[in-house]
Design a protein around this ligand. Structure first.
Ligand SMILES: [Cu+2]
Length: 109
């Protein structure tokens, strides 16, 4: 039994090495086929946030959207900044997502 365990480890290592050796060319193929990222920053004004849980709830909901690259939500300022791939998601979808949680969002100018 012990012998099996010691034999399994090098095999697992070899498998990992093979995966990482294949990963770079596969990733290159994937990005060259994909649409280019049109990265934009969208600022939102959000009414109704009262604490950090509000920030986290909104942040998690935004991050679930395909095309949201990063977000920061500030309940004290009543604002959010969202980095998006504008080829995948629109500012209106961000507003809808926040509103669906019970807040009132607008795209800030
Ligand atoms: Cu809250």
């Amino acid at each position: 039994m012990l012998e099996d365990v010691t034999r399994a480890r090098p095999l697992a290592l070899v498998a990992l090495l093979h995966v990482s050796a294949l990963a770079p060319p596969l990733a290159l193929v994937a990005t060259s086929c994909a649409q280019p990222v049109d990265e934009q920053t969208v600022a939102l004004r959000i009414e109704g946030m009262v604490c950090t849980s509000c920030e986290q709830g909104i942040g998690h909901a935004l991050e679930k959207l395909d095309g949201v690259l990063a977000q920061t939500v500030d309940h004290e300022a009543g604002r959010a900044e969202v980095q998006i791939d504008a080829n995948k998601v629109t500012p209106a979808q961000l507003v809808e997502t926040v509103n669906a949680l019970g807040y009132t969002a607008h795209v800030a100018e």
